[in-house]
Design a protein around this ligand. Structure first.
Ligand code: NAP
Ligand code: ZN
Ligand code: ZN
Length: 349
């Protein structure tokens, strides 16, 4: 076994603290990665705090992982020691169902094996994530990081990046369209960068934080609306082709539906704990669509990373030692992060 050191939550109420554990010896197709950086996604916090249901403790979170390959199994062809590699939100899937075979492993009918807090059906036990010094992953679930990107700032691409890129591509956001982004956090700020890079004609950032206005404009918004200002919000009624909702807390989506044009799309990526209350009337008038989107498959994640390499896109980050993870959680919950915390794992040593 490979010995690993990380930070874990031991109870949903407690703080994260050092935790030693073991990972499997590499199998023929496995890649052993020494983790350099790991982003803090709000999903980590939801799961540590059991906001989506029961979690398995000790819980080592982290699914925005970038590191260096240090060992490979005998049959690995795509990676060699010294390569930079990324791991996202899942580390395996059944590999046999129609979703897996079509590159939609994230929609695997048996459920993907999440990078942490998940039972690992192939190896037994539970998975441990990237707030740790190493990880062992089958090469088919490992991503290549294009050269030239800052590695710490590229880590959030593995979740915040793909989660926003995928719906923007699926709904063909581009020139001629008016696009709204709701919530300027880790996901929201990547959505702004991608919407701009894809050529959307008018991008409006909705935020509850007036102090983020200048940043939103710098990150790609043409216009910023303070979402608690009802008059300013309703001035946009009936005008959007597409709105991406990246809010982590419970909120009213009916007002967002009323901002769409006929046949417009509201797409949820945020995952608040409470069920949505959606009125029928805002949906039927104007034949609007409410959809959701979850991360992306391996092929599309690689496409997103290559797009970022070509366009020089990375996250805006606050780099922290792992000892500050509990403080970073509190600040993320207060929407006080610009715009993603990334843990420098060299601080574990
Ligand atoms: P984050 O960095 O904490 O950003 C969330 C943002 O939501 C905040 O910065 C804030 O933006 C806004 N917000 C917070 N409380 C609010 C409230 N009460 N009302 C309105 N807006 C509020 O979180 P994240 O990492 O980007 O993740 C966002 C959500 O997406 C989380 O629920 C996460 O679990 C989920 N997620 C989903 C997927 C997927 O595959 N679908 C993948 C990753 C994450 P302002 O300050 O601008 O208002
Ligand atoms: Zn995430
Ligand atoms: Zn499958």
């Amino acid at each position: 076994m490979i010995s690993s050191r990380g930070y874990a939550a031991f109870t949903p109420k407690g703080e994260l603290a050092p935790f030693d554990f073991e990972r499997r010896e590499p199998e023929p197709n496995d890649v052993v990665i020494e983790i350099l950086y790991c982003g803090i996604c709000h999903s980590d916090i939801h799961q540590v705090r059991e906001e989506w249901g029961p979690s398995h403790f000790p819980l080592v979170p982290g699914h925005e992982i970038i590191g260096k390959v240090v060992r490979t199994g005998s049959a690995v062809t795509r990676f060699k020691p010294g390569d930079v590699a990324g791991v996202g939100v899942f580390v395996d899937s059944c590999r046999e169902c129609a979703e897996c075979r079509s590159g939609n492993e994230h929609f695997c009918v048996k459920a993907p094996v999440w990078t942490y807090n998940a039972e690992d059906p192939r190896h037994g036990g539970f998975t441990y994530g990237g707030y740790s010094n190493n990880i062992v992953v089958h090469e088919d679930y490992v991503l290549r990081i294009p050269p030239g990107l800052d590695l710490a700032a590229a880590a959030p691409l593995l979740c915040a990046g793909i989660t926003t890129y995928s719906p923007l591509r699926h709904w063909k956001v581009g020139p001629g369209q008016k696009v709204g982004i709701v919530g300027l956090g880790g996901l929201g700020h990547m959505a702004l960068k991608f919407s701009r890079a894809l050529g959307a004609s008018h991008i409006v950032q909705f935020t509850t934080s007036p102090n983020k206005r200048d940043d939103a404009l710098r990150l790609g918004a043409h216009e910023v609306v303070i979402s608690r200002d009802e008059r300013a919000v309703m001035a946009h009624a009936g005008t959007f082709d597409f709105i991406l909702d990246a809010v982590s807390a419970n909120h009213d989506v009916n007002v967002l539906l009323s901002l769409l044009k006929r046949d417009g799309h509201l797409v949820l990526v945020g995952l608040p704990s409470e069920p949505l209350a959606v009125g029928a009337f805002p949906l039927i008038s104007g034949r609007k669509s409410l959809s959701g989107s979850m991360i992306g498959g391996i092929r599309e994640t690689q496409e997103m990373l290559d797009f970022c390499g070509a366009h020089g896109i990375v996250a805006d980050i606050e780099r922290i030692p792992i000892q500050k993870v509990n403080e970073a959680y509190e600040r993320t919950i207060r929407a006080d992060v610009k715009y993603r915390f990334v843990i420098d794992l060299s601080s574990l040593k």
